[in-house]
Design a protein around this ligand. Structure first.
Ligand SMILES: [Zn+2]
Length: 148
């Protein structure tokens, strides 16, 4: 099966404080953000939609052997793609009526050209991975990225 364009990436609970924005501070984050947006243009890196409303998404790689969380990339994502990435948070928001969860599933299915069943399976797998990764205390590695 070909890998999907839009995947669910849950940040392990043990890493919720490892937020790049917090680590860099507001000013450096803004500069980095500007650089990412200049590189990509006003376009979502996953679904390709043209929009000015983009979030910078941190792509992490988790190495269980070394307990290292590597920053692989920073990419601009539209609100829908970003909300799918962090589906746990999106679920909480929709429970409070702040988000339409159904439309996120529709977006996921459209971008990946897949079924609702595929979505549910991916979600289940992502949660399983989340549970396992949350047992580990991750060390951060930011050497892959040229930070301002
Ligand atoms: Zn998108």
């Amino acid at each position: 099966m070909p890998s999907k364009k839009l995947t669910i990436e849950l940040i392990p609970q043990s890493s919720w404080n490892n937020n790049l924005r917090t680590l860099l501070g507001k000013e450096k984050w803004q500069i980095l953000r500007k650089k990412v947006l200049e590189t990509w243009g006003e376009k979502c890196a996953i679904c390709g939609v043209n929009t000015k409303k983009l979030d910078c998404h941190e792509v992490w790689e988790f190495n269980t052997k070394s307990s290292t969380q590597n920053l692989k990339d920073i990419i601009p994502l539209c609100k829908n793609c970003h909300a799918v990435k962090h589906i746990g948070l999106s679920g909480l928001q929709s429970a409070k009526g702040e988000r339409n969860f159904k439309s996120l599933i529709t977006h996921y299915m459209k971008v990946n050209k897949c079924t609702r069943y595929d979505f549910e399976k991916d979600k289940k797998d992502a949660y399983k991975l989340f549970e396992n990764r949350s047992q580990i205390s991750w060390k951060l590695a930011l050497n892959n990225i040229d930070i301002v």
